[in-house]
Design a protein around this ligand. Structure first.
Ligand SMILES: Cc1cc2nc3c(=O)[nH]c(=O)nc-3n(C[C@H](O)[C@H](O)[C@H](O)COP(=O)(O)O)c2cc1C
Length: 241
């Protein structure tokens, strides 16, 4: 079947085709040609206002500016359990009695967070973050090789792993599908992204290196932690000092 644009707004219609098919409407008052031009040459919508002081002075904007994915060029110091605690808390903790660190569709909280810490003494230990009690539950010692085998073996990731703390964010679909059916899983993934960004911003604030790593074998992580099979590992975040 050839892919063609249709007036029904088929998903494969390009934005340009969509713009050309749509009569000018809405508050923008732009013609289809003008919209098409904008799409071809994206430019700041709030031109001239991008560098207003409100942005320059914002603490959050300063963190966003510093946010970047870490590398392990120079082997740093080992992390401590307190560092891991800080990262799982900012990912999915409870900064106040009534609020978690990220929003959740229907307040159903489908994320499950686990972590691995390798200490200077050479011990590698796994934890589950009980976000309701705000506790790191000790899952026991693990083999560093088994941890390395969870990843696809990218060179930069392997280099970081020798010293990195690893946070793994999972979705427990059973928490959301009852209310939202299969859409619930999508909402879970959106939450994973929010938790990830929180960790990046904490990295920017503390100066610790943070790298989201999606290159891993889901089933190996499930076996590694020994947590329920139904919790899907979605993203790992490596943290280095
Ligand atoms: C969902 C996701 C998965 C990622 N997976 C990997 C990965 O498997 N390996 C890796 O080295 N970096 C990974 N990254 C980090 C990106 O490569 C990095 O964010 C991108 O190069 C932009 O660099 P910056 O974060 O410093 O701006 C991932 C980032 C995201 C958001």
């Amino acid at each position: 079947m050839t892919r063609s644009a249709s007036s029904s707004g088929a998903p494969w219609m390009t934005f340009r085709q969509a713009a050309a098919n749509e009569p000018a409407r809405g508050h923008s008052g732009l013609s289809a040609d003008a919209i098409s031009e904008l799409i071809r040459e994206p430019r700041p919508v709030i031109e001239g206002k991008r560098h207003r002081p409100i942005f320059r002075d914002s603490f959050l904007m300063a963190l966003c500016r510093r946010r970047q994915s870490g590398f392990a060029d120079i082997p740093g110091e080992y992390l401590e359990l307190g560092d891991i605690a800080a990262f799982v808390r900012i990912a999915y903790g409870n900064p106040s009695r009534r609020h978690k660190a990220v929003p959740s569709a229907g307040a159903l909280w489908p994320l499950r967070v686990a972590a691995v810490l390798t200490t200077a003494a050479g011990d590698t230990n796994a934890y589950w973050y009980d976000d309701i009690r705000d506790e790191l539950v000790d899952l026991g010692e693990r083999s560093p090789d088994a941890l390395a085998r969870c990843f696809l073996g990218e060179r930069n990731v392997s280099a970081m792993l020798t010293r990195a703390g690893v946070i793994v964010v999972m979705v427990d679909p059973s928490a959301v599908v009852k209310k939202y059916s299969s859409r619930g899983y999508k909402y879970g993934l959106i939450e994973v992204g929010a938790a990830m960004q929180n960790m990046y911003l904490l990295g920017a604030e503390t100066g610790l290196g943070v790298r989201a790593v999606g290159g891993f074998y889901d089933s190996r992580f499930t076996r590694f932690f020994g947590l329920p099979n139904s919790w899907h590992p979605e993203l790992s975040v490596l943290v280095t000092r």
